[in-house]
Design a protein around this ligand. Structure first.
Ligand SMILES: Cc1ncc(COP(=O)(O)O)c(C=O)c1O
Ligand SMILES: N[C@@H](CCCC[NH3+])C(=O)O
Length: 419
């Protein structure tokens, strides 16, 4: 069920008209639906009913807002973090340390220590070098780091090249053909409890086949490790399940994903964990914007200039990504337009020649499927300040991230007295 629906001609988030949020909070603003987050969290867990005791760690990078994390921690979700900053957020949102997994190719010594001191559940080690450093830090502090070795299975996830992570040429994980040797080396080090394998081949996957191929390789690796006398009790299957960005688009469902996982892993005899991000948060959020003006300077499609820009929602500029765009109070008229932001880059374009609701100066519109990799990738480019975020719950809402004005950002800058 979609919690962003038209009621009496006005698009609502749950029971709140988006016109009200625009008036009271201003635009641009991200709006999240608590009911959708909860529904997605439960659907994903339910989809894994064929897996014994799955551990689900929300990929914090997809939406690190504290209120969003709190909703998910209340659903029993843990966190997949990739920085000390994300770790602090997960703890702040009451995610139990044992339910936190630390991924990423570039964890610094300080971040490794931070994870050890928080006694997180698992480090996903991405290189032999990182494993050695973690072992030394753990041993020096009298701690044991529970670890999985992230492997790179050299599988094409068939997604956008910038978010593919499982090809040999990508920076992530250790080459799977070297995994047995590296695992054995790390398992012999004091300070490390090597207990499993992790894999994540990319994001916004639109077919299950690459995942199945990668998981098949992990299954073979686990058997090989055990044959060599290594202990393997855990496997982390990452995230990556795609979501529809266009109305009517059909992607593999969480249930199909869960059934595939249960089938492929049935003889593994390990505790499985998952790191979903987009599939939980993507369709739980929209970006609400207002049309500044419509430029009709030629016979071509008009430029509808909105007050959101590539600094607020980077995906179209970065990946050529599509987000459905709809009027908040649709008149019924449709036309072909270009939807652009105010930033001084041609790349600040959300849609070209898009047939969609006709928008006029002052109208409100939404970018759909903006709950994942939206606000979190915002910047202050062109000194635009940071976009605000709102969480709706039935007939109430709260501002869960203040708009950070350009002036507040400037306050953090200093002009040296020798200038
Ligand atoms: C290690 C890791 N886990 C989980 C995720 C979450 O991916 P997604 O949002 O596609 O589910 C990512 C991002 O791709 C990631 O890099
Ligand atoms: N930022 C990307 C996803 C990156 C996934 C990170 N592992 C996107 O918006 O699609």
């Amino acid at each position: 069920m979609d919690h962003f629906q038209l009621r009496d001609g006005v698009l609502h988030a749950e029971d709140i008209p988006l016109t009200r949020i625009a008036e009271e909070v201003g635009t641009p603003v991200y709006v999240y639906s608590r009911a959708t987050l909860v529904r997605h969290a439960r659907v994903f867990r339910e989809a894994l009913s064929g897996v014994k005791d799955p551990h689900i760690a929300f990929a914090v990078k997809s939406n690190p807002n504290l209120a969003v994390l709190k909703v998910l921690s209340r659903e029993g979700y843990g966190a997949d973090v990739v920085s000390g900053g994300e770790l602090v957020r997960a703890l702040e949102a009451d995610m139990a340390p044992k339910n936190i997994v630390f991924s990423g190719v570039g964890k610094t010594d300080a971040e490794l220590l931070q994870g050890l001191e928080a006694d997180i559940g698992q480090f996903n080690i991405e290189s032999q070098e990182e494993g050695r450093e973690l072992a030394a830090i753990a041993a020096a502090h009298g701690k044991i780091a529970r670890c999985a070795l992230r492997v790179n299975p050299d599988v094409d996830a068939r997604t956008h090249e910038k978010i593919s992570t499982g090809k040999a040429e990508n920076k992530f994980g250790v080459p799977i053909h070297r995994a047995v040797e590296i695992y054995a080396t790390l398992a012999a080090l004091p300070g490390l409890d090597m207990r499993g394998i992790a894999v994540h081949i990319g994001s916004q996957l639109s077919t299950l086949e690459p995942l199945e191929t990668a998981f098949g390789k992990v299954g073979e690796l686990i058997a090989e490790l055990r044959a060599q006398g290594e202990t393997v009790t855990h496997a982390d299957l990452g995230g990556g399940l795609g979501v529809p960005y266009k109305a009517g688009e059909v992607l593999p469902s969480p249930a199909e994903y869960g059934a595939m996982v249960a089938r492929v892993t049935k003889d593994w005899d390990v505790a499985l964990s998952f790191e979903p991000g987009r599939v939980i948060a993507g369709n739980a959020g929209i970006l609400l914007t207002r049309v500044i003006r419509v430029k009709r300077s030629s016979n071509a499609s008009p430029f509808v200039v909105v007050d959101a820009a590539m600094n607020d929602l980077a995906r179209p500029a970065m990946y050529g990504a599509w987000h459905d765009i709809e009027a908040v109070k649709p008149s019924g008229a449709k036309s072909v337009s270009h939807i652009v932001g105010p930033i001084c880059e041609t790349g600040d374009t959300f849609a070209m020649n898009r047939e969609m609701d006709t928008l006029e100066s002052g109208d409100l519109a939404v970018f759909r499927t903006a709950g994942a990799y939206g606000a979190t990738m915002a910047s202050s480019y062109n000194s635009r300040g940071f976009v605000a975020e709102v969480l709706v719950d039935g007939d109430k809402y709260a501002v869960v991230a203040d708009r950070l004005a350009a002036a507040a950002i400037m306050d953090a800058e200093r002009v040296p007295d020798w200038l």
